[in-house]
Write a protein that binds this ligand. Sequence first.
Ligand SMILES: Cc1ncc(COP(=O)(O)O)c(C=O)c1O
Length: 391
Amino acid sequence: MKATETLSTVRGQFPVTKRILYLDSAHQTPLATNVRAALEEFLSEGHEMAGPKPVWLRRAEETRESVAKFLNASPKEIAFTKNTSEGLNIAANAVPLKAGDNVVLIEGDHPNNAYAWLNLKRKGVEVRFAKLADTEIATAETFAPHIDDRTKVITLSHVTFHAGQVHDVAGIGKLCKERGIYLVVDAMQSVGVVPVDVKALGISVLAAGTHKGLLVPQGLGILYVQDGLDELQPAYLAMSSMARPPADYIALADDLEPRKDAGRFEFGNVNLPDLQALSAAIDLIQSVGVPEIQEHVLKLGDRLIQHLDEMGVALVGPRDRGERSHIYVLALPVDKWSDFFARNQVRVSPERGGIRISFGMFNTLEDIDRLAELIRKGLKEEKPLATAQVD
Ligand SMILES: Cc1ncc(COP(=O)(O)O)c(C=O)c1O
């Protein structure tokens, strides 16, 4: 059934909100009722009919179409992976890189991206790190001093997991286009929460898992590979990645041409139950609207910042609306406050500079007021150790 939710009704799709104050969508989102129904449908089909695999495969292709539309891409530019790391490693090993070429990252960005590229040091590729404070967003100027004629890739998160910055990917994309550099983006924290238009942002390759803003259980990733980047070739091959898969299932040693589309980066069977869930999740997200979700989480952030200012609690990341979205790290000492929030049925995450609060479409202004009330109570109890050192 098609989702017909709006921001004012969508909380009903997330029964967890009745039990706990869930402020941890940057870690994982709770299962929505319609996503659960899609998974249950898959389970029943497998359980009762041993699975109509052709039907599941057809649905997977329909999901590819909706993912493509969601990112303003074409279905032939989308491959399904296991998670963000797999997508980023696929990219790192697909770009034609020679010893002496370099790749530029942001220091302290998600380690799953850093390791994918650091692994190329074995091939003599240089990995350069641009420095950035938690309150700063990355722009073209951040990268400009680090690039030269041997720079082949710039790679970064769209939204950071640790301080919630929304980097200026469009500006960086422009720089990459001018200088003939591939732009590889980790969209794990942004997709489903802020609009991601791969064409407008000038992205060459985008990788994301689906268990945060895309509302699906762990085990499925999406990979966008810009059409026409034929020089990006897969490091692995499977029948699903071949231009001419043998009908008799006997591999032909002299026909190793991969597909032209992003399917060349898809290896073997994909996560069919999660793909069915993703279709329902995108339907739910689209029924609310990504721009609406973005504006909503910003409003929640405005209210949170207002409370923090009144309480004298510092924010680790940026304050400006244009530089943040749904992730807010409060400079509160983790050892005291993790336990405090757990005791009060509030789900949050420990983070580098303190406690990470992150919103989903189902959170409300009342949630923020409840959180602030609790922090006030905690501050009275926990004084004088109220603020942490921001790193
Ligand atoms: C920016 C970012 N990238 C990647 C990941 C996770 O990578 P993967 O999907 O490979 O588990 C996370 C969080 O889990 C993240 O916040």
